[in-house]
Design a protein around this ligand. Sequence first.
Ligand SMILES: C[S@@+](CC[C@H](N)C(=O)[O-])C[C@H]1O[C@@H](n2cnc3c(N)ncnc32)[C@H](O)[C@@H]1O
Length: 492
Amino acid sequence: MDDFVAWFQHNGGVLDTSMMGITDFPGSGRGAVALQDIPENHTIFTLPRSLTLSTQTSTLPSAFGFEAWRKHKLNKGWVGLILCMMWEEAQGNQGKWITYLASLPTQFDTPIFWSDEELQELQGTTVVDKIGRVEAERDYHEKLAPAIKTRPDLFPFDQIDPWYTLHRYHITGSRILSRSFNVERWEGEVEQDAEHDTRANTSIGSAMDIDDSVGEAVDEENSERDSDDEEVEDALDIAMVPMADILNARYDSVNAKLFYEKHHLHMVTTKPIKAGEQIFNTYGDLPNSDLLRRYGHVDLVPCPHLKGALGNPQDVVEIRADLVINAVCGDVSNDETHRERIDWWLDEGGDDVFIIDADPIFPEALTSFIRLLLLTQEEWEKTREKRRPPKAKLDLQVSLLLRRIFEKRLSSYQSLDLEVDVKLLAFGSFTLNKKHAIIVRLGEKQILAGALETLRLMDAALSDAGNNGSKGKRRVASGGTTGEGKSKRARH
Ligand SMILES: C[S@@+](CC[C@H](N)C(=O)[O-])C[C@H]1O[C@@H](n2cnc3c(N)ncnc32)[C@H](O)[C@@H]1O
């Protein structure tokens, strides 16, 4: 670490060594610690943009030729930055970032490195479909490997192994996944290939956002990015930011953020921090499925939705539209009338994945989608004519279908029984990967158990409404109460 700090300072970085130290935190690797009480709004370090490592600051794209860079599609997604980082590392002591790169890990706990047996433990969770190994390897074989073959002067044959292997490619990709920042260019900054599409094709997104110090501070919710945002991220903006990537993160614990100006980036405290406390950045307070996939760890804090037991309040369950269709339509899910409705729903911008979270509210879109599938032919024709999806009203029929959907979703996990996982975690002994897999799947199953309990309470309310003589007329409106409720989503 001493080498790294000396390198940082030698290259224009300024670290307030009276305030911030770097130390090991058991279970989290290196992190930053407050050496004395730090007030809010204090700059703990600053670095010039030129010290960040990106396709803008590495000299490889210009040495390779911008035209050829684009021809090999190295300007799209992360493959260009991966190649720059591999190349910088292969330069040995000649490379500007060699001391920084040498300080980065070469081993990761992320599922992309897991065995098939370990991945089996994640079955049913949101992680499985998002690992992106196949897509990443396609980029390696179709873009990176052909590109380096064309320039033996830049990538000498005897350097291919060890510097440009598929294994190195995965390590470098994982460094980006867990440590990169989205550093927007300063307005008016010249782009080296501005006229070309530089959108990231990511199944993976940069690890952290930073704030524009002259703009409004971005509040936490707005700074969280979902997978849609990841897809439109500009590859030119993704950068490795030495020193800033030493900060760990924990749910609801952020006390420092990275801000940018035209020539410099600053890590500034956003709260007072006591001597001895950890200095935390934010990774966006993600669900454990995303934390595991991108960073290789999970967050466990006391959760209100678990009556104070440990979990991640941000956990979610994704329910794909095809599961809903199958639960509602069964064997006839592929017939003409359903196909027509599903195509219309998607054309109108409807969701194809519904997110259930710990909030005691179901997504309105899920109820609306179920109702769309249940419409009579006449009602469907009217709906299509008006171009308005059905209202998200809950009745016993919809409630029954929701139950079927949640139960089907529950059955997709490696082990169905919640209690088995709770006991495993309390008394079992296993590898870190298996422990993480159990935590992720248990968190998702607990959300589904909560959703089923909500349905039970709603069914009781619906039956009461029926018994009060309004059967067939009054429905439980979104909001979980009878009658005229106008809220758009159904409550727990
Ligand atoms: C941006 S780096 C932070 C520096 C890192 N600890 C190191 O030693 O280089 C992100 C990585 O730190 C670790 N990490 C960060 N926050 C953590 C936490 N709350 N619990 C466990 N590990 C954490 C994870 O391995 C993650 O991939």
